[in-house]
Design a protein around this ligand. Sequence first.
Ligand SMILES: [Fe+2]
Length: 212
Amino acid sequence: MSKRKDSVLVEQISVGQYRNFCYLVGDEPSKEAAIIDPAWDIPKIIRHVNVKSLKLKYVINTHSHMDHIQGNLSIQQLTNARIVMSCNASVQKDMGVQDGDDLKLGSGVRLHFILTPGHSRDSMCVLVNDIALMTGDTLFIGDCGRVDLPGGDASELFDSFKKIRDLDPMLIVYPGHNYGARPCTTLKEQLEQNYTLAKRSKEEFICFMKEP
Ligand SMILES: [Fe+2]
């Protein structure tokens, strides 16, 4: 599925056996684009890029788990795109972004990075203009990412959720996996319906995340 607003292109591409979502974000007039979390089916992703004649400028990863980065190098070899990750990522990258950094695609698209550790140390969300929020494995539709893998931390996820709560509720949340009833919803709907975002103290949230 794809969504356009003004000159912004957002395309959600379903890939792989773990129901991953990869995203193509572009500026229509200039055709400059970024791919978020390329993995599993690189020919399919490249087809999406070519159909729209996009020029891939960046490969962006919401975090460094293998199911989100395994296509980075193949895409880079094909397009010369620069690999962008959180400054906390220790895997191969060309640019490490800090919380609040921006990148532009053409003159119409602003990619704004919000570091959201918790699922992993190097997790981040990508805000596309005031339209879309790519949440990776930080937030799913109706759920959130696990915190029991190396680098996971429930206390950090609690703080990251605070940042997400402060964003425009009309943003469309685009998760890193298709684990929900629908592939995307508004942040407002998640704040109202996602049980992991229910009001809790930090201590309550840490206990909640330990529940089986
Ligand atoms: Fe992950």
